[in-house]
Design a protein around this ligand. Structure first.
Ligand code: SF4
Length: 118
């Protein structure tokens, strides 16, 4: 189990640039992000979301190189205050077996147990 007190995000943005990574968004997340941006939900969905590869919901758009479109060049999240739960809870509530290879802070704290369910 990952010790939250020990984990210190380095702000590198690597977890926001995973090629073929997807960030799913549900109704509540869409509503809060759209409100934050001053958009109506339908416009937000139309402009900023895509259908997930498994066609079971929506995900945020990403650039051709796999980066989240909301990531700035200085590795800041432009919707940080309202970002999706998936982003908010990584790597505490979930992570993949190879997350320690993506996230240097995770590797530093518990590289050997990356992939273990939190
Ligand atoms: S990859 Fe890890 S250290 Fe880098 S921004 Fe994401 S959580 Fe923080």
């Amino acid at each position: 189990m990952l010790d939250e007190a020990e984990f210190r995000c380095l702000g590198c943005g690597a977890c926001c640039r995973i090629k073929d990574g997807i960030v799913r968004v549900g109704d509540g997340e869409i509503a809060r992000i759209a409100a934050f941006l001053g958009m109506d939900e339908n416009s937000f969905i139309e402009r900023e979301c895509e259908i997930a590869p498994d066609r079971k919901g929506l995900m945020l758009r990403s650039t051709e190189d796999g980066a989240c479109v909301w990531l700035t060049t200085s590795n800041r999240c432009r919707i940080n205050q309202v970002k999706p739960d998936q982003c908010r809870t990584f790597p505490f509530s979930w992570r993949n077996p190879d997350s320690g290879e993506v996230c240097p802070a995770l590797a530093r704290v518990c590289g050997s147990v990356a992939g273990e369910k939190g």
